[in-house]
Design a protein around this ligand. Structure first.
Ligand code: SF4
Length: 491
């Protein structure tokens, strides 16, 4: 079982490694060994510039050996324990440091399974110097660092570029000197201080933009290189976490992107990463530059109001035939309260122009269960969709995704109550019934269970560590029980 498991794992990792393009030499051996863990799918990890930036920065230190780990390599199939590193198949428990990158709160729930399989106590106070040091960072940590304060030795709510190297250098020179580590701006050592540091964007993105130094064909940009063109967002949508944790907005200058392109002549298509790409002050210039170099543009969603004819034609030349646009809600009243004003007539005009230019698919993104949302607001959303259906070449060229509002720390709506299960189910049913009347319109909704869990994890405090501790202990007990059964049968 053990050998087969390892063989299967290595055959998949070898296949994936063989498809990657690397811009820096991998260094697996060093006096300080780090396993960098992205607790979700390989494809998501390889699409995450935060995760990749930590890997790139740590790799630049001569004494560090760093390897990646993903608990699910393909599709949604989780790996079975025991766990080995992605690069060399080294057992995860052998590393000096386990560094977790949490992008989504839901990934916190991977902790009990991973820790239990390594035999690692969940609670930091129960571990000793023979255990690896545990570090956590990422967007979900910036949003709610307290949730994992009993679990991790070091928590990094701040930006990777200004924290990772000083933390590793201090650990290498002086070991886990808590006071010294805690004095690094943007770093929290929960065992010596109750409060996490204030979030503050201090990295100069023009000195060092984030980019994919490892390019995987399985990333969410279809295997394109990726570069962050703007950190943060100049808008003020009341529900939005991204603009709060990455404040202040920092666009990367077109000239910096040009230099980066000169240094990466193999780049033939490029994913432009930004929470609000089309608010970049030089976006038209960047698009023209990429067009002149025959570089295909990949982007995740567009600001519909910024779809000038230059931008539409640049997107078309990149072979893009579908776009995602986010009106958020059809209700003017709610758009006002979320500080996202929109002229519905202009919206309809822009969507019409997309179809006239030959775009085949338009996906709309909405949020429901917003604070003070009533049935009349949901009716307004259904009305907006019915207006869009009328100008689309066919109903099949449209779709909508509905997420449910979850209050996040740091946002202006952080103190709004999270919608309850009954409200979520009722609202989804109401929307589905209204949309059904419009014909065969495709609409996807988040699962209420996932939303409720996400809302809990976004706000939970240190008690989450106790919850995971209990779960991990049960997990270990179950595993031992199974082993015992197996022995009985064998003898
Ligand atoms: S929702 Fe989009 S546009 Fe609004 S603040 Fe967030 S990133 Fe910016």
């Amino acid at each position: 079982m053990g050998l087969k498991h390892r063989f299967d794992y290595e055959s998949v990792t070898n296949k994936l490694k063989g498809t990657e393009l690397h811009y820096i030499d991998n260094k697996y051996a060093g006096s300080l060994s780090i396993a960098l863990i992205f607790p979700n799918l390989y494809s998501l990890g390889m699409s995450n510039l935060g995760f990749l930036t930590v890997h790139r920065l740590a790799s630049s230190l001569p004494y560090v050996g760093i390897e990646r780990f993903f608990p699910a390599l393909q599709q949604e199939t989780p790996l079975e324990a025991p766990y080995y590193s992605f690069e060399t198949g080294r057992p995860l428990g052998d590393f000096n440091i386990l560094m977790f990158s949490f992008s989504f709160e839901g990934d916190f729930d991977k902790i009990p399974g991973i820790f239990a399989s390594l035999g690692l106590p969940i609670l930091a106070k129960e571990r000793n110097k023979h255990h690896p040091l545990l570090i956590a960072g990422g967007a979900a940590i910036a949003s709610n660092p307290k949730a994992l304060s009993l679990v991790f030795d070091i928590i990094i709510p701040g930006e990777a570029e200004t924290t990772i190297i000083p933390v590793i250098e201090t650990l290498n020179k002086e070991g886990f000197e808590k006071e010294k580590i805690a004095s690094i701006k943007g770093v929290w050592v929960p065992s010596i201080s109750e409060q996490p540091p204030e979030l503050q964007g201090v990295h100069d993105v023009n000195l060092q933009p984030a980019y994919s130094h490892i390019v995987s064909p399985f990333n969410s940009f279809g295997g394109a290189h990726m570069i962050e063109v703007m950190r943060g967002c100049p808008r003020i949508c009341s529900f939005c976490l991204a603009r709060c944790i990455y404040a202040p907005p920092r666009p990367v200058k077109a000239s910096v992107i040009e230099n980066w392109l000169n240094e990466h002549p193999n780049c033939k298509d490029l994913g432009l990463v930004a929470p609000s790409l089309f608010d970049h002050p030089e976006i038209e210039q960047i698009f023209s530059m990429l067009q002149e170099r025959n570089i295909k543009i990949r982007n995740s969603s567009v600001k519909w109001e910024k779809l000038s004819s230059n931008i539409i034609s640049a997107l078309q030349k990149s072979g893009i035939t579908g776009l995602t646009i986010a009106p958020e809600t059809g209700s003017e009243r709610l758009r006002k309260s979320m500080h996202k004003p929109m002229s519905e007539d202009l919206f309809i005009e822009r969507v019409k122009s997309l179809f006239e230019h030959g775009f085949e698919q338009v996906k709309m993104y909405f949020v429901c269960c917003l604070p003070e949302e009533e049935d009349s607001d949901a009716d307004a959303t259904i009305d907006l969709i019915s207006r869009v259906i009328k100008i689309a070449p066919s109903i099949n060229s449209l779709s909508a995704t509905f997420s449910v509002f979850v209050p996040k720390n740091h946002t202006p709506w952080q103190n709004e109550p999270a919608p309850e299960q009954y409200t979520i189910k009722k609202r989804i049913k109401y929307l589905k019934e209204g949309l059904n009347k419009l014909g065969a319109f495709k609409a996807n909704f988040e699962s209420p269970q996932d939303v409720l869990r996400q809302a809990y994890l976004a706000k939970v405090g240190a008690e989450l560590g106790e919850e995971y501790d209990k779960l991990a202990k049960e997990e270990r007990a179950n595993r031992l029980f199974k082993k015992g059964q197996f022995s009985d049968i064998s003898f």
